[in-house]
Design a binder for this molecule. Structure first.
Ligand code: SF4
Ligand code: SF4
Length: 222
């Protein structure tokens, strides 16, 4: 809600520069009920408000968000993988293996890389044996853990090292690049997640709101 209020505040501020100048459109707009998403006559000054709002969303606000995402990524550099191997031995996805393969065939790059290395566990008992604390944590975080599918990578050697390190895909190289994913407690990036999680949640909400506003404003300006 705070994210939406922040956007609304900025859009209201620019409205003051686009008030009605009694043009000759002879409209019947009710000034007490104006919303930024309604359609205005072609020469109406409120269209300037909409155009300025769209410009603000596409430029300044989007740039602010980009800079904050950069800051989150910069903070990640303060942490280094401790090679606990949790992410190789126990990956999870909302998608089944078959669904991931279909997504990969349809061009989803993440799914393509995922199915290129990970294979599914046969049942929930197998990952529970591998890392019981992590499964317990997910059970507490999620309403229904049966919606998750668990995977492991056979390329992890008995020595705890990746047997194909030079050729590992990008999803391994950048993990974890999203502080909103659930991380096992052993992961060295848990502290980073705690440090930036609230900012990341706010940005996530803002990106959704901006997408919605841009779509509605573009429609109103047609
Ligand atoms: S390819 Fe290597 S780094 Fe990636 S999940 Fe498998 S073992 Fe881990
Ligand atoms: S779970 Fe985190 S610390 Fe452990 S191997 Fe993966 S990235 Fe490194």
């Amino acid at each position: 809600m705070r994210a939406q209020q922040a956007v609304d505040f900025q859009l209201d501020a620019i409205k003051k520069r686009s008030l009605c100048n009694n043009c000759t459109e002879n409209c019947d707009i009710d000034f007490n009920k104006i919303t930024i998403f309604q359609k205005f006559p072609k020469h109406c000054r409120y269209r300037f408000w909409q155009e300025a709002a769209l410009n603000l969303l596409e430029n300044k606000i989007s740039k602010d968000i980009y800079e904050k995402i950069q800051t989150i990524e910069e903070k990640r550099k303060n942490y280094a993988c401790c090679k606990c191997t949790s992410c190789c031995r126990l990956a999870s996805s909302e998608y089944s293996y078959e669904e991931l393969k279909v997504r990969a065939e349809n061009g989803d790059e993440f799914s393509r890389e995922f199915v290129s290395i990970f294979v599914p566990y046969n049942n929930i008992e197998e990952p529970k044996k591998v890392y019981p604390e992590y499964i317990e944590m997910l059970e507490k975080e999620m309403e229904d853990i049966s919606k998750l599918h668990f995977y492991y990578c056979p390329k992890l050697g008995e020595d705890g090292l990746c047997s194909d390190y030079e050729n590992r895909p990008d999803i391994c190289r950048v993990f974890p690049n999203n502080p909103l994913v659930s991380l096992p407690e052993k992961c060295a990036f848990v502290e980073w997640k705690h440090e930036v999680e609230i900012t990341a949640l706010t940005l996530h909400a803002l990106i959704d709101i901006i997408g919605f506003y841009k779509e509605k404003l573009t429609e109103a300006l047609k």
